[in-house]
Design a protein around this ligand. Structure first.
Ligand code: CA
Length: 223
């Protein structure tokens, strides 16, 4: 397994390279955005660990260009800013996961293993399921050719469901990915958001795509 780390803080980069090498990964390091993008587009990696704040080209732009070039390499973002906006923006651009600095190496390793188990990222420039389509770069979603009017949160939620379609997503996972990691998953905010999303993407149409899996969570799939 080959991993690319794009990180401008030399100490962090060296520490991650050493730790991941010891775990048996082949690790390359890019020290700024342009170099990271060049490596990520020319070499086949199983995963890219991408810092958001980078010189020359930031992590958002690297991810955007990577996806635009058709590369589906999974991307784990490292961000110092634990804001909801970053989370939403990353999901829309097709990031696979986030880790907020500072983090424990064991946590990074667990996230990396989880992404690698999931297999190649399923998103392309357009994410499609049946007649439901989402275009992350143009920030538009359609069902049966009709433009869907979604709030930023609903858009992020739909991005997550499409990215991981056919996979049952727990409320906790949804809350972590779309809201804050420290979010209290006992509240029903996820259910409310899913209900609103369903009203827009499913209610007007005969074929339902967003399903409730009792006691577990939700899944977007064709039945
Ligand atoms: Ca940085």
């Amino acid at each position: 397994m080959r991993i690319l780390i794009v990180e401008d803080e030399k100490k962090t980069a060296a520490y991650l390279q050493k730790g991941l090498s010891e775990q048996g990964f082949v690790v390359d390091v890019g020290s700024e955005g342009e170099e990271g993008l060049l490596l990520a587009t020319t070499i086949e990696y199983d995963l890219v660990v991408l810092d958001v704040m980078l010189p020359l080209r930031d992590g958002w732009s690297v991810l955007k260009e990577l996806r635009r070039s058709g590369k589906l390499t999974p991307v784990l973002f490292l961000t110092a800013r634990d804001s909801v906006d970053d989370r939403v923006k990353g999901l829309e651009l097709g990031a696979d996961d986030y880790l907020v600095k500072p983090f424990a190496f064991a946590e990074l390793l667990a996230r990396i293993r989880s992404i690698l188990r999931r297999g190649p990222t399923r998103q392309a420039e357009q994410w499609v399921l049946a007649d439901l389509e989402l275009d992350p770069l143009r920030h538009k979603a359609f069902r049966n050719g009709q433009r869907l009017d979604l709030s930023p949160k609903e858009f992020a939620l739909l991005s997550l469901f499409l990215q991981r379609s056919t996979e049952v997503l727990s409320r906790t996972l949804i809350a972590e990915q779309v809201w804050d990691v420290h979010f209290d998953s006992d509240t029903n905010i996820v259910d409310v958001a899913v209900r609103r999303l369903r009203q827009k993407i499913d209610d007007p149409f005969s074929q339902k795509l967003l399903h409730t899996v009792r006691g577990v969570g939700y899944v977007l799939e064709q039945r």
